[in-house]
Design a binder for this molecule. Structure first.
Ligand code: AGP
Length: 601
C-alpha cells in the first residue's frame, strides 16, 4: 500500500518528487526514497517521513530532469533503511520502486542468487531490479545505446522482467544514462499525468493535481515509456502500442489541500454538510435502474471493508426497514466463502471510497467469474473498481486525504438511503430529507459542539478501553464510531449490539468504564435499559441522543433524524476521535500501521 511517484520532463525532478511524495504520504509512511538520473544514477532513502528526510538527506539537491520516489507501507521485510525503496541492481545502475506484492519473489530470488546476484534487502520488490539487470546483461547492453520505439534494450529488459512477475504491482524503473521512465501496472493503481513540461506517474490522482488535471488511467498490464525528448507512449506487454484516453479530473487543487485546517481529518469532517448533498447528485434513471436490478436480483450482496462495510451494514437495515427487502452484507475478505452460490442472476455491490481495495477487487473478480452483475459505489473515477462495474455510482465527495474515512462514510450512508427510497419509488423524498439535514450537520462541527467534545476527549484520553452500544441503525453507527476512535487514538474501542451486552460483554464493565449509548426514538426504551445495566456495574454512560436521560453521566445532544441518524450521529464521534488524537499528540491524518487504500490482500 505504498505511494509511488515519478517525473520526467524539462524541470528539475527532485523538488517535484518531494512534493509529490508529500501529497502521497497517506498511502504509507514508514520510509521514503528517491532516485534521479543525471547522467549517472543517484539514490537516497531512509526510514522516516518525507517532511524530515527532505532536509536530512538533502533530497532536493539531487540533479536530473527525471526521477522516481516512493513512500513505503511495509509488507515484506521490517521498516529499515535497506528495505526502503528505490531498490537497485548489483551495480547500482538500475533503480525501481514498487507498490503491491510479488507472490513468486522467493522463487525468482533463489534463481537470481544462484546466478550470482547479491541482494541488499528482505523485500519482494528488489527482485525486479535484478531481473532487469539480467535482461540487460543478456543483451550485454551498456546504457545510452541509441533507443528506438521498437524498443531499446532497457524497455526489452523491463518487459522481460515484468512478464516473470506474479501478484499485484505498479512499478517505475530508471536506468543510468537513459532519459526515460519505464512503468507497468497490474492490479495496483497507477495513473499518468500529462502537462506542458513533463510526464508524471502516481498511485493516485490527488497528488498530481498540483501540476495537472490531464490524466491517463491505465489498464492492467499496460506498459508506459515516458521519454524526456519523445514524450509518453503506452504499450501492451508485447510492445504493441495501445491507445488510452486522456481524462480531465474534476477535482480542484484546493480540495486536496488543508486550507485553514491543521489536519485533513477536521477539514473533511467539516465538509459533510456539503458532501452529503453531493452524494445525492445522481442520475436518477441510473439509481432507479439499479433499484430495479436489486428487485429482480436472485441474491444481492454488498461487499466492502472497514468503514465502507459499516455503511453497507447500515444500508441493509435501511433496505429492510424502508423497502422491506433483504440484502446480504459480507466482509470482502470473507466473500470467497459465499462464492459457491453466485450465479448470473446475482447482484454484487462493491462499495469502496478508494476503488482500489484489493479484498473488494478480489471479491468482484470472483463474482465476475460466475457472471454476476457488479454495481460499484466509489469516490474515485477511473479506479480499478469503477472499471470492473456494470453499473457505477460515484460518491462525489472530492479527494479524501486523511487515512480515516469520514465524509465518504456519510456519503455512502446517504447513497444507501437513496437506493432504499428508490426501491420505494421515493428517491426525491430522500433527497429532500438530506437537504433538510444541512444546518444540523453544519452545526455539529460548530465551536460549541467541538468545545464539548474536546472536554470529553480530555477526560477519555487516558482510558484503556471504551465501549459503544446501540440497537438497529444505532448499532451500525456504534460500530463505525468505535472504528474511528480506535483507528486514530489507539484506545481499545469496541461496539456491541445493545441486546448482546448480557450475553458476555457486560463482564467488561467496571467502575468508570466509559460506554457510549446511541439512542433514537425507535429503540429508546430498550437501549436505555441496556444503559442502566451498564450503570449498575459502575459504567460511565455517555448518551448520544436528541434528549437527555437520567441514566446519562454525560450527554452529547444530536438531533434525531430518523433513518438518517447514522449520518448525524456519526459526525460528533468523528470529531471526538479527532480531538482524542490531538489530545494525545497523535497524527490524526496518518495513524500508525495504516494507509488510505489497502491495495494488498
Ligand atoms: C476507515 O477509516 C479506514 N480508512 C478503512 O477501514 C477503510 O474504510 C477501508 O480500508 C475501506 O477502504 P475503501 O472504502 O477505500 O475500500
Amino acid at each position: 500500500m505504498c505511494g509511488i511517484f515519478g517525473y520526467v520532463g524539462s524541470e528539475k525532478a527532485s523538488p517535484i518528487l518531494c512534493r509529490g511524495l508529500q501529497n502521497l504520504e497517506y498511502r504509507g509512511y514508514d520510509s521514503v526514497g528517491i532516485a534521479t538520473v543525471s547522467g549517472h544514477l543517484q539514490i537516497r532513502k531512509d526510514v522516516g517521513r518525507i517532511g524530515d528526510l527532505k532536509t536530512r538527506l538533502t533530497l532536493e539537491e539531487l540533479g536530473g530532469n527525471l526521477g522516481i520516489g516512493h513512500t513505503r507501507w511495509a509488507t515484506h521485510g521490517p521498516v529499515t533503511p535497506g528495505n526502503s525503496h528505490p531498490h537497485s541492481d548489483c551495480h547500482d545502475k538500475i533503480a525501481i520502486i514498487h507498490n503491491g506484492i510479488i507472490e513468486n519473489y522467493l522463487e525468482l530470488k533463489t534463481k537470481l542468487v544462484e546466478r550470482g546476484h547479491r541482494f541488499s534487502s528482505d523485500t519482494d520488490s528488489e527482485v525486479i531490479a535484478h531481473l532487469i539487470e539480467e535482461g540487460l546483461s543478456k543483451e550485454g547492453q551498456m546504457p545510452g545505446k541509441a533507443s528506438s520505439w521498437n524498443g531499446s534494450s532497457f524497455e526489452d529488459a523491463c518487459i522481460g522482467a515484468f512478464k516473470q512477475l506474479r501478484g499485484s504491482y505498479a512499478v517505475l524503473a530508471v536506468y543510468e544514462g537513459e532519459e526515460k521512465i519505464v512503468a507497468v501496472r497490474k492490479d495496483s493503481p497507477l495513473v499518468v499525468g500529462i502537462c506542458d513540461h513533463g510526464t508524471f506517474f502516481a498511485s493516485d490522482v490527488a497528488p498530481i493535481l498540483d501540476w495537472t488535471k490531464e490524466v491517463v488511467y491505465l489498464e492492467n498490464n499496460d506498459l508506459v515509456v515516458a521519454d524526456r525528448e519523445k514524450g509518453v507512449k503506452v504499450f501492451d506487454l508485447n510492445y504493441r502500442e495501445v491507445v488510452r484516453p486522456v481524462s480531465t479530473v474534476d477535482w480542484d487543487i484546493e480540495e486536496a489541500k488543508k486550507g485553514k485546517f491543521e489536519h485533513f481529518m477536521m477539514k473533511e469532517i467539516s465538509e459533510q454538510a456539503e458532501t452529503i448533498q453531493k452524494a445525492c447528485i445522481q442520475d436518477m434513471a441510473t439509481v432507479d435502474r439499479i433499484a430495479g436490478m436489486i428487485k429482480s436480483g436472485f441474491g444481492v450482496f454488498f461487499v466492502a471493508c472497514g468503514s465502507s462495510y459499516h455503511a453497507c451494514l447500515t444500508g441493509s437495515y435501511l433496505f429492510s426497514k424502508v423497502a422491506k427487502l433483504h440484502v446480504n452484507v459480507v466482509l470482502a475478505s470473507e466473500f470467497e466463502n459465499y462464492e459457491h452460490f453466485l450465479t448470473d442472476k446475482t447482484l454484487v455491490f462493491a462499495v469502496s471510497q478508494s476503488g482500489e481495495t484489493a479484498d473488494v477487487l478480489e471479491a468482484v473478480r470472483g463474482a465476475k467469474r460466475r457472471d454476476s452483475k457488479i454495481v460499484t459505489i466509489t469516490n474515485v473515477i477511473g479506479s480499478s473498481l469503477s472499471r470492473e462495474a456494470d453499473e457505477l455510482l460515484l460518491m462525489n465527495s472530492g479527494p479524501e486525504i486523511c487515512v480515516l474515512s469520514t465524509k465518504t462514510y456519510t456519503s455512502q450512508v446517504v447513497m444507501m438511503a437513496l437506493l432504499a427510497c428508490a426501491l420505494n419509488g421515493d428517491d426525491e423524498g430522500c433527497v429532500q430529507k438530506v437537504k433538510d439535514l444541512y444546518m444540523d450537520v453544519y452545526n455539529l462541527t460548530a465551536k460549541s459542539m467541538r468545545d464539548r467534545l474536546k472536554d470529553l476527549a480530555r477526560d477519555l484520553a487516558g482510558k484503556d478501553h471504551i465501549y459503544m452500544i446501540g440497537r438497529g441503525l444505532q448499532y451500525t453507527t456504534a460500530l463505525e464510531a468505535a472504528l474511528k476512535v480506535k483507528e486514530v487514538s489507539y484506545i481499545h474501542t469496541e461496539a456491541f449490539a445493545g441486546g448482546e451486552l448480557k450475553h458476555g460483554p457486560l463482564a467488561l464493565i467496571e467502575k468508570g468504564t466509559p460506554v457510549f449509548v446511541f439512542v433514537s426514538r425507535e429503540n429508546e426504551d430498550r437501549i436505555v435499559s441496556n444503559a442502566q445495566e451498564v450503570k449498575a456495574r459502575g459504567g460511565y454512560v455517555i448518551g448520544v441522543s436528541d434528549w437527555d436521560n437520567p441514566v446519562f453521566d454525560r450527554w452529547i445532544k444530536v438531533p434525531d433524524c430518523g433513518d438518517l441518524n447514522p449520518v448525524i450521529q456519526a459526525i460528533p464521534m468523528q470529531v471526538l476521535a479527532y480531538e482524542l488524537a490531538v489530545k494525545k499528540n497523535l497524527d490524526p491524518d496518518k495513524p500508525r500501521n495504516l494507509a488510505k487504500s489497502v491495495t494488498v490482500l
